[in-house]
Design a protein around this ligand. Structure first.
Ligand code: S3P
Length: 429
């Protein structure tokens, strides 16, 4: 298993771009595949998670060309997918498996979806249960709650579903099934999760209405191919934002970052902690807000984080934990139970790694308390096979008293294959 050692840095300076948004890249393939016409995608993230989505659609007869700059998807229309000849392997990608299960529920063929050792432990009942209510016949391990899942798709009926958790994967899975259902499918959630599906459904001409933490999709409406430009992923930018805030003498310009309000919880949290982050040249690209971010070294203070900002920052908590570890005072995180069912249990993984680095952390069922310190120790920590844990502990190393070795870092390729070389280009030791 790969491991990597990161040395403390004296400063972080320069201008960078981060790879394309993972969530938007997944959705561009999925909608492009079932639209009419040829969809082009620029800025597509060629991480392992998105390649899992690409391979799954190729396995269903969709022609997808990649010239290295642009992806071209020849759409097959709403009802043009073929029955896959083999199991669809979604790798490590929760978005692939949960969204595709919704889409497959509407197909009049049989399919099986599975994933790697981590994905096969993650909860699938959250999509299987409402999709079954729509009429899909889905079976799987552990009473249909764990992958592999076998899907007998077919005629679906629209439902009204009040999701108990704010989850874009649940919402998007039902929205994709809703394209094939009789009537309307409505999904509400406690507070708004990322709304990339809503925006892209609209772009492709779906019949959709949004409002009051809910979305309604009408079935049977054909989609039209689009030209999509994917902005940089704020979840990837987050590691560099926190790195520049905590490393002395730093100034980093991160260009072309997606700043969809349903994703900018991390910026709101870091601003509240005292971070110097400026959003510049705000614009809109393919229905998504985009900006350049200028970040400078800052004195951070611990804050209380809970409520509706949590789903807006859900993937950034590992990076936020590093900011908290360097802040003056204690940071409390609550209402973040979902972190326990990500690629790994991110509450336990970050608590263990921070403790190994000499930081005092108390775990709660739905969050943690982190006591900030000026002293962060070097040593060896474990990624737990989770890309975001690996990258978070890498930026912690920049301000540690000595080098930190992170074990099992191959997982970084799922979302940010160029992370380590990019970090090296901006850091001085
Ligand atoms: C995603 C939704 C989120 C997020 C994941 C990507 C998406 O998951 O954590 O990385 O693209 O829809 P949940 O829906 O489980 O919160």
């Amino acid at each position: 298993m790969d491991s990597i050692t990161i040395q403390p840095a004296t400063s972080l300076r320069g201008e960078i771009t981060v790879p394309g948004d993972k969530s938007i890249s997944h959705r561009s393939i999925m909608l492009g595949a079932i639209a009419n016409g040829v969809t082009t995608v620029r800025g597509f993230l060629r991480g392992e998670d998105n390649m899992s989505t690409m391979h799954a659609f190729r396995a269903m007869g969709v022609e997808i060309a990649d010239d290295g700059e642009m992806i071209q998807i020849t759409g097959r229309g709403l009802h043009g997918l073929n029955e896959p000849g083999d199991v669809l392997d979604c790798g490590n990608s929760g978005t692939t498996i949960r969204l595709i299960t919704g889409l497959l529920s509407g197909q009049s063929f049989f399919s099986v979806v599975t994933g790697d050792q981590y994905l096969r432990k993650r909860p699938m009942k959250r999509v299987v249960e409402p999709l079954s209510r729509m009429g899909a016949r889905i079976t799987g391990r552990n009473g249909g709650t764990l992958a592999p899942l076998a899907i007998n798709g077919g005629s679906l009926k629209g439902i009204v579903y009040q999701s108990p958790v704010s989850s874009a994967q649940i919402k998007s899975s039902l929205m994709l099934a809703g394209l094939y259902a009789d009537g309307e499918t409505r999904v509400t959630e406690p507070s708004l999760s990322r709304d990339h599906s809503e925006r892209m459904f609209r772009l492709f001409g779906a019949s959709i209405a949004t409002g009051e933490n809910g979305v309604t999709v009408s079935g049977g409406v054909e989609l039209t191919a689009q030209e999509v430009t994917v902005p940089g992923d704020i979840s990837s930018a987050a590691f560099f934002i926190v790195a520049a805030l905590i490393t002395p003498d730093s100034e980093l310009l991160i260009k072309n970052v997606g700043v969809n309000p349903s994703r900018t919880g991390v910026i709101d949290i870091l601003l509240a902690m005292g971070g110097d982050i400026q959003l510049m040249d705000q614009r809109e690209v393919s229905g998504e807000p985009v900006a350049d971010l200028l970040v400078r070294t800052s004195h951070l203070t611990g804050i209380a984080i809970s409520g509706s900002v949590v789903p807006r920052a859900i993937d950034e908590f590992p990076a936020i934990c590093i900011a908290a570890a360097r802040a003056e005072g204690t940071t409390t995180i609550r209402d973040a139970r979902e972190l326990r069912v990500k690629e790994t249990d991110r509450i336990t993984a970050m608590a263990n790694n921070l403790r190994k680095s000499g930081i005092s952390v108390t775990e709660t069922e739905d969050g943690m308390d982190i006591a900030g310190s000026e002293l962060l120790l070097g040593g060896t920590v474990d990624s737990c096979g989770d890309h975001r844990i690996a990258m978070s502990m890498s930026i912690a190393a920049l301000v540690a008293s000595s080098a930190i070795t992170i074990s099992d870092t191959a997982c970084v390729a799922t979302s940010f294959p160029t992370f380590f070389p990019l970090l090296e280009t901006v850091s001085s030791n």
